[in-house]
Write a protein that binds this ligand. Structure first.
Ligand SMILES: Nc1ncnc2c1ncn2[C@@H]1O[C@H](COP(=O)(O)OP(=O)(O)OP(=O)(O)O)[C@@H](O)[C@H]1O
Length: 374
């Protein structure tokens, strides 16, 4: 199958099925061949916030594809629109936010394609998709649980909303899930309150809750950011195992290129509400074409550097501009080391194909001066 997506045209063309990356999947090519249709296609999504000083274009014409069984990584600095993009999928936006354009086409378990962007976020159709077919885990597991009930009871309730299991069967299922995600003594832990569990265990309990209905898609929004480095690795490995076992497709959000390198098959880099580069993970790391992606890659900690800097990581130079005051032309131009006067501040580059399955929105890449390293 051939597929390329470019923000602004919403179309499909060119490019072979995604090749295998160093991510969670070991048999992605096979998975994609078996189910040639993507499970989720976001086309030209626009989501706005009504802010105190005007409109914030939090997601501004974003087009993304999630292939079945694969992991799509979304990376970018804080405030670039990662969370609002995935929250738009599930209708989990705060009151001041609204999808104002685009489509979110989801191919459900019954193979029917539904435009999630057109559903009432609180209506029965969206409620049946949310938690049942598409589940989400967050950076802060405390937010997923009520502090006043034992975790098991809360997961049992989630299971019973979406299945016809009896209370007893649901409880056994929850104990099995807790064991599966590596919670020790699950028969006892099931009756513990959230505050009685460590951060790592609570993260595992949240994963058990999210996966208890065997969703087709798991959205993981910074799932390891709040954990210490050792536990981070364990949780990523656990998610990889569960993804394979349950044949799930995953959208993984992270601001950490190291996490993306470990887990993603395809990566979309976002900046100020837009996708500025997209490629299979190995291609993105070998041949980044957008100066923003290069800056993000340079901010990846390496052990020696981290030690030299006393644990501080190098960030992308300059600050993300005020969302009420989007720069003219290329939104990255005020921070860009490759800025070209009379060009970058005047027109906004669109995503163009710069390689197999690789798109970038930069005039340098567009004109073939993106210094491909191959
Ligand atoms: N509740 C809100 N009210 C107003 N604006 C918001 C709100 N939440 C997000 N935004 C705006 O939407 C934009 C995108 O935010 P979003 O949370 O998607 O970024 P992000 O990339 O997920 O950042 P982070 O990594 O910090 O979670 C930001 O510019 C922010 O100003």
């Amino acid at each position: 199958m051939q597929r390329t997506h470019t923000a602004g045209d919403g179309g499909t063309s060119g490019a072979p099925a995604i090749a295998r990356g160093p991510g969670w999947n070991t048999n992605l090519s096979q998975v994609v061949d078996e189910w040639p249709e993507p499970i989720l296609e976001i086309r030209n999504l626009v989501t706005h916030f009504a802010g105190a000083e005007g409109t914030i274009r939090a997601v501004d014409d974003v087009t993304l594809t999630l292939e079945r069984g694969s992991t799509l990584g979304i990376v970018g600095e804080s405030g670039c629109g990662k969370s609002v993009t995935v929250r738009s999928i599930l209708g989990l936006l705060p009151g001041q936010a609204q999808i104002v354009g685009g489509e979110i086409l989801y191919r459900g378990r019954d193979e029917r394609v539904v435009d999630l962007a057109s559903l009432n976020p609180r209506g029965p159709e969206m409620r049946s998709v949310r938690g049942n077919e598409i589940a989400m885990i967050f950076q802060e597991p405390m937010a997923a649980f009520s502090p006043v009930y034992p975790i098991g009871r809360q997961i049992v309730e989630a299971v019973r909303i979406h299945t016809d299991k009896s209370k007893r069967d649901a409880r056994s299922h929850v104990i099995e899930m807790l064991a599966r995600v590596g919670v020790p003594q699950p028969e006892r832990m099931v009756d513990r309150f959230p505050f009685e569990l460590s951060g790592g265990l609570l993260q595992r309990a949240m994963i058990a809750m999210a996966l208890s209905c065997r969703p087709s898609i798991l959205i993981a929004d910074e799932p390891t950011t709040a954990l210490d480095v050792t536990v981070q690795g364990q949780v990523l490995t656990l998610l990889a195992d569960l993804q394979r076992e349950m044949e799930m497709s995953v959208i993984l959000i992270s601001h950490n290129m190291g996490v993306i390198a470990q887990a993603a098959d395809v990566v979309a880099v976002m900046y100020m509400g837009r996708v500025v580069e997209q490629a299979p993970v190995w291609e993105l790391f070998d041949n980044p074409q957008h100066p923003y992606t290069r800056a993000l890659l340079e901010s990846v900690p390496v052990i020696e550097t981290e030690a030299e800097l006393g644990g501080r990581l190098r960030a992308v130079a300059g600050d993300v501009p005020n969302p009420y005051d989007v720069p003219s032309g290329c939104r990255f131009h005020p921070r860009c080391t490759a800025f070209m006067a009379n060009m970058c501040e005047r027109a906004e580059p669109v995503l163009v194909k710069v390689g197999d399955e690789h798109t970038a929105a930069c005039f340098l890449a567009e004109h073939g001066h993106g210094e491909r390293r191959d």
